[in-house]
Design a protein around this ligand. Structure first.
Ligand SMILES: Nc1ncnc2c1ncn2[C@@H]1O[C@H](COP(=O)(O)OP(=O)(O)OP(=O)(O)O)[C@@H](O)[C@H]1O
Ligand SMILES: [Mg+2]
Length: 324
């Protein structure tokens, strides 16, 4: 329930991650191999299109497991594309520059072993970094350049990837391999194929696939009904914030609300991120303009009764009413 409140739709992804979380709770992950193990509490591999809730799920899991979103360590793997970038994670060996600062990953786990570690866009990492992942998944420990060993037995590891979403044509053009017109089963099949192809053939590291195979979750595109849910949640976040910080209540007339919703949910190729960006353009920016113009006093109600485009910029009209 907690996760569903934050991650809309994506029923399969949510269900599967909840079952992995239950295993994590009793520390049963990997217990068939050995009773004394430092293997991470849990491992998830989240794949799928952009802006569909992968990072949102990772944040929800962090909050659920460790009580706050701040127990969350994120590595953007596109910054780890050279051969020596493993030194950024585990630290440089003695005699090398950076030896004294240690590794970002080993430092973070040493400081707080109760963490969710998120490796975003794993396909961008240099294949050498994958050795570090193997070691975490198998042994649950890493030795830093300074010779300190850190343990991952209390950590939850999440990888995300956009593998399978795009492909490069023989002429070198980047095209979409999956699109929002396909049913989920097709999206899922194509993405899984691409992930397998990548680890088995492109980088010849099938052993990675063996470790994460069961934990791969393919997210769906944001579908229109889910888009509406995400939109309503985002809109209410904006209105609640105004009420809390400025004691101003915004009332949207139905026709205004409908235009904002339609515009925000029109293009779903960028998922929830697209909805958020559009909401900003259609509502948040013109609302800021309007409030600045009206300067409503505290405890007033602003009724928004018109929305229109002027010189390609969205505008809102409204009136201020005070509460007696
Ligand atoms: N299923 C969803 N439920 C609720 N909100 C969502 C969902 N999908 C996307 N959003 C909203 O869109 C924003 C972007 O989503 P998120 O960061 O989870 O994308 P992502 O799947 O990690 O994409 P990327 O592959 O680009 O990193 C979030 O801040 C969230 O507000
Ligand atoms: Mg993300």
């Amino acid at each position: 329930k907690f996760i569903k409140r934050r991650v809309k739709g994506q029923d399969l992804a949510v269900r599967k991650s909840v079952s992995i979380l239950k295993r994590a709770f009793f520390n049963l992950s990997g217990s068939q191999y050995s009773r004394v193990s430092n293997r991470p509490k849990g491992v998830l591999f989240l794949a799928g299109p952009t802006g569909v809730g992968k990072t949102e799920l990772a944040k929800a899991i962090t909050e659920l497991l460790f009580g706050s979103e701040t127990s969350y360590i994120r590595f953007d793997m596109s910054e780890f594309s050279h051969e020596h970038s493993d030194q950024r994670l585990i630290g440089a060996p003695p005699g090398y520059v950076g030896y004294d600062v240690g590794g970002e990953l080993t430092n973070a786990i040493k400081q707080n072993p109760f963490s969710v570690v998120l490796f975003d866009e794993i396909e961008k990492a240099h294949p050498k970094i994958l050795d570090i992942f193997l070691q975490i998944l198998d042994d649950g420990r890493l030795t830093s350049g300074r010779g300190e060993t850190v343990y991952f037995s209390e950590a939850f590891i999440i990888f995300t990837s956009n593998l399978g979403i795009y492909e490069i044509t023989p002429e070198g053009r980047k095209i979409q391999r999956v699109n929002p017109d396909m049913p989920y089963t097709e999206v899922s099949k194509r993405v899984m194929e691409a992930i397998e192809d990548y680890f088995k053939f492109k980088i010849s590291r099938p052993e990675i696939l063996n470790r994460i195979g069961e934990n791969i979750i393919v997210f769906d595109f944001i579908r229109p009904d889910v888009a509406t849910e995400i939109f309503e949640k985002m809109l209410s976040n904006v209105l609640i914030k105004l009420k809390e910080s400025h004691k101003i209540t915004i009332n949207l007339e139905d026709k205004v609300r409908n235009v904002i919703r339609e515009e925000s949910c029109k293009d779903l190729t960028m998922g929830g991120r697209g909805i958020g960006n559009k909401l900003e353009e259609v509502f948040i920016n013109p609302l800021s303009e309007l409030l600045f113009e009206l300067m409503p006093p505290k405890n007033s109600v602003v009724i928004i009764n018109d929305i229109f485009k002027e010189n390609n910029v969205w505008k809102l009209k409204g009136t201020v009413h005070s509460i007696k």
